[in-house]
Design a protein around this ligand. Sequence first.
Ligand SMILES: [Zn+2]
Length: 152
Amino acid sequence: MAVTDKIYVKNHRQVVSQLDVNFPKGAFSGATLDVLFGGGALEALDDATAERVLEFSKDFLDCDCQSNPYCGHPERKFVAYLLDLRAQGLTPESMVDVMSDDYMVYAYPGDLYGFLDDAVRTLDAVEDLAHVDGRNEAARRAATARDEIEGR
Ligand SMILES: [Zn+2]
């Protein structure tokens, strides 16, 4: 399961009751992207919620793909956001606080630890492969990204 399958809408029940439309708790579920982040929901929401929903849409759902929001870019942009928070030195616990402040979504720190471990393993593999192929620049980039995740 991708980490984006483990990102949840905060205050889900209140948001559902404000909208008067049900949608899943998973922030990247298709129905949530449509109902909550699709742009039609803002007027029904209180200001603080509407502001964060709008930020989420602007930051992750802003591509022009025909299949938006099902083109995969929202998930990829969110993963980049997580890696960027980590590169700033945040622990998974603080990453949860920041994403809640920024976008009113949350995750369980344990899932973020798992995600970061996987990312480190993937980058290790990328680095090894690049060395084998003699692609030194790619190997160096993978190593730098891994060091950022590991907080070196
Ligand atoms: Zn796209």
